[in-house]
Design a protein around this ligand. Structure first.
Ligand SMILES: NC(=O)C1=CN([C@@H]2O[C@H](COP(=O)(O)OP(=O)(O)OC[C@H]3O[C@@H](n4cnc5c(N)ncnc54)[C@H](O)[C@@H]3O)[C@@H](O)[C@H]2O)[C@H](O)CC1
Ligand SMILES: [K+]
Length: 215
């Protein structure tokens, strides 16, 4: 069953109000996406993985992925597309503060795309269900960098720039090899398999009762 973005937010909020906090949903989302990646590659040890992180919860999922991938022995670099003080949500902030205590993950901020290594894998955690309007900087430059770089690309929830409700694209958008979306498929995402690549919908622990009165 495909659901709307509004239904997803309502289910997420109801699950949170039941006590299954968004930080746990985020943890399960990031872990599920990493499992798909590890399954794809067999082993991510020593792979150069570059994770672009937006300032909302799509970015937060990327931060969770960074921690899990470090645990698998990958060489992880996180590029936060802004400054840590401007991270928008409590859950993302919490995950950033953990990474600050992990020298195994290289943290970069601001959004420069002048990297001194070639990534094997890019994770697109720039924009998810919160997208609105044309893509602004520094997100636009990050999306251009992703599209110009020849490596494997995983989209967190939805390729950034693709509207998960309508399937329409903004002025720029990423083209990925795999997309891992969460809880249930959103209506617009499967309309653009050319941008999503392989597509998976992963459960993230939200109680089914959180759907009551919404679906
Ligand atoms: N489905 C679930 O239960 C869960 C989903 N998770 C992830 O959370 C994101 C949605 O997070 P949200 O913070 O609401 O939105 P985004 O991260 O997509 O981005 C919002 C952020 O981006 C800015 N912005 C919006 N449009 C633009 C634009 N065109 N150009 C530049 N910047 C833009 C805006 O200012 C906002 O601050 C969902 O996709 C999942 O990945 C959670 O992990 C929990 C469980
Ligand atoms: K994304």
């Amino acid at each position: 069953m495909e659901i709307t973005v509004e239904q997803m937010y309502n289910i997420e909020n109801k699950g949170h109000d039941m006590g299954f906090l968004k930080k746990f949903m985020m943890e399960n989302a990031g872990a599920a996406a990493v499992r798909r990646l590890v399954e794809k590659f067999g082993n991510v040890e020593s792979k150069n993985i570059l994770i672009f992180v937006g300032m909302g919860n799509n970015g937060g999922d990327g931060l969770v992925m960074a921690r899990h991938l470090a645990g698998y022995g990958a060489k992880v670099t996180v590029m936060l597309l802004g400054t840590p003080e401007n991270i928008k949500t409590e859950e993302s902030n919490w995950n950033w503060s953990i990474l600050e205590k992990m020298p195994s993950v290289k943290l970069m901020t601001g959004g420069s795309t002048d990297f001194n290594f070639n990534p094997d894998i890019i994770v697109d955690g720039i924009l998810g269900t919160g997208i609105s309007g044309e893509i602004r900087e520094p997100y636009a430059s990050a999306i251009n960098y992703i599209n110009q770089t020849n490596c494997y690309k995983l989209a967190v929830d939805v390729p950034s720039g693709l509207d998960p409700q309508t399937g329409e694209t903004a002025n720029i958008y990423t083209k990925c090899d795999m997309t891992v979306t969460f809880h249930k498929m959103k209506q617009g995402i499967p309309k653009r398999k050319d941008l999503t690549g392989e597509l998976f919908a992963e459960k993230i622990g939200i109680p089914p009762e959180a759907e009551e009165g919404i679906l």
